[in-house]
Design a protein around this ligand. Structure first.
Ligand SMILES: [Zn+2]
Length: 393
C-alpha cells in the first residue's frame, strides 16, 4: 500500500512539472493500474481441502446438516436459497475430500427466532431444534451492524455439540469501502471484489464453527481456519484440527471421542494450538470421561452406554435421570440438560447426579467461572473440597 502511494506521488510530481492532457491520462491510467494491483494483492486466499490419508476403500460418511435461517437473515440476504446452496457447495468441496464425508442438506427450514445475540441464538437453537436426526443444525441470524473480524461475533458453536449459529454476510460499510478504494475500476470489477470477499468470509466462518462442533480448538497460524479472528489469508484446516475432527465426525459415542481427542491433544508434538485453550480442552475432555466408564475399561469391560440411575433417586427422578443420560449419550446436550436440571438442586450429595451435571457443563461451552460452578459439587464429592478449582478448569 505504501508503495502504491509513493508511485502515485511521483506521477503527481510529473503532472506538476510537465502539465498537459497526456499527463492527466497517464495519472488516470496509473491510478487504475494501482487499484488493479491492490485488488489482486488483497484477493482472499482459496480455501482448499487437505487430501484424505485414509484407505481408498474407506466408507464415505454422510454429514447431514439442517439450515435454519431466521427472518432477519432472510430479509438481509439477497436470494437466500442461492447463498445457502453456494455455502453448502463450497463447504462440501473442503469437508468432502478432507474427511471422506459427503455433506447433505437435510432441509432449509425457516426459524422463527429473532435473537440477535449469537449466544442467545445458540441457546434457543439448542432447545428449538435438538437435531436428533442430523449431525449439525445451523442457525442463520442477521448481520452485525458494525464490522468485526472476531470470529465469535460472526458465529458461535457448541464445542463437540451439534449446533452452530452464523450471521448473514451483508456489510454495508464494506460495500462503501470498496466503492471508494476501487473507484477507477468498473462496476463489474467492484462487484466481483465484493463477492469474492464475502464468499471467502462466509465459508471461513462456517467452517470455523463446524470445526468447533467436531472438537477443533483455536490455532495461532492465521492461514488456519481455526485462527480465532477472521483473515482473508485463511486457506484450510490444519493437520491438528483435521486429526481432532476426524475422531468426532460420524462417531456417536461421546466418551470414545473424548478419549481419542485427549490422546491427540496430550501427545501431539507440533506446537500451534493456542496453548491455554489446549490445556482447557484437555481438562474439559478429562471431565467428560465418566469415572465408572474409565474404571470398567481399565478392567477390560466395555464402557456402559448410560449409567444406571443411582439408588438415592426417588419416584420419577430415576426415570428422569435415565432419560437425561440417554439424551446425553445421543448427543442431545440441550435436551439432556433440560431433563436433568431439576435433579441438580434436589440431590446435591449424589455423585452420579453431580457428575452428569459437570459432564453436561463441559459440552455446553460455558465460560470458566460457570463451568467451575457446575463442576465443583461433583469434584467435591469425588475428591474432596480442595480439588474443586483445579479439576474444573
Ligand atoms: Zn472459534
Amino acid at each position: 500500500m505504501r508503495r502504491v502511494q509513493l508511485r502515485l506521488g511521483r506521477v503527481l510530481f510529473a503532472v506538476t512539472l510537465f502539465g498537459g492532457a497526456a499527463c492527466y491520462d497517464s495519472r488516470w491510467g496509473e491510478a487504475k493500474r494501482a487499484q488493479q494491483r491492490a485488488a489482486v494483492a488483497t484477493k482472499p486466499a482459496d480455501i482448499t481441502p487437505s487430501s484424505s490419508s485414509s484407505a481408498p476403500d474407506a466408507q464415505k460418511r454422510t454429514l447431514r446438516i439442517r439450515m435454519r435461517p431466521n427472518n432477519r437473515y432472510l430479509a438481509q440476504t439477497i436470494d437466500a436459497p442461492k447463498q445457502i446452496a453456494d455455502l453448502v457447495e463450497d463447504a462440501n468441496r473442503v469437508l468432502g475430500p478432507t474427511f471422506d464425508a459427503e455433506v447433505e442438506v437435510d432441509r432449509v427450514q425457516p426459524w422463527s427466532n429473532e435473537a440477535d445475540d449469537p449466544d442467545a441464538a445458540l441457546a434457543a437453537l439448542n432447545s428449538d431444534d435438538p437435531g436428533a436426526d442430523v449431525d449439525v443444525v445451523v442457525g442463520m441470524i442477521g448481520a452485525l451492524p458494525r464490522q468485526t473480524d472476531s470470529l465469535h461475533e460472526l458465529g458461535v458453536s457448541t464445542l463437540l455439540g451439534k449446533h452452530l449459529v452464523v450471521r448473514a454476510a451483508s456489510r454495508f460499510e464494506e460495500r462503501d469501502a470498496i466503492e471508494q478504494r476501487f473507484s477507477e475500476l468498473s462496476e463489474d470489477d467492484r462487484a466481483r471484489i465484493a463477492s469474492q470477499r464475502k464468499r471467502h468470509r462466509v465459508l471461513a466462518v462456517f467452517l470455523h464453527e463446524i470445526g468447533h462442533t467436531f472438537g477443533a480448538i483455536h490455532e495461532v497460524d492465521i492461514e488456519s481456519l481455526m485462527h480465532p479472528s477472521y483473515d482473508p489469508k485463511m486457506t484450510g484446516f490444519d493437520g491438528r484440527s483435521i486429526a481432532l475432527m476426524r475422531v468426532a465426525i460420524g462417531n456417536a459415542d461421546p466418551v470414545a471421542v473424548a478419549r481419542e481427542q485427549l490422546e491427540i491433544l496430550r501427545t501431539a508434538v507440533q506446537a500451534g494450538w493456542v496453548e491455554v485453550e489446549r490445556n482447557q480442552e484437555i481438562a474439559r475432555l478429562e471431565a467428560m470421561l465418566p469415572r465408572a466408564a474409565a474404571t470398567n475399561t481399565a478392567a477390560g469391560l466395555a464402557p456402559p452406554s448410560s449409567p444406571a440411575p443411582p439408588p438415592e433417586l426417588r419416584g420419577d427422578d430415576a426415570a428422569r435421570f435415565q432419560r437425561a443420560s440417554d439424551l446425553f449419550q445421543g448427543g442431545a446436550v440441550a435436551a439432556a440438560y433440560a431433563a436433568a436440571k431439576p435433579l441438580f438442586g434436589a440431590y446435591p450429595d449424589v455423585a452420579a447426579v453431580q457428575s452428569l451435571r459437570c459432564q453436561l457443563a463441559t459440552v455446553r461451552w460455558l465460560d470458566a467461572a460457570a463451568l467451575k460452578a457446575e463442576c465443583t459439587p461433583s469434584v467435591r464429592l469425588l475428591v474432596g473440597a480442595d480439588g474443586g478449582a483445579n479439576a474444573a478448569r
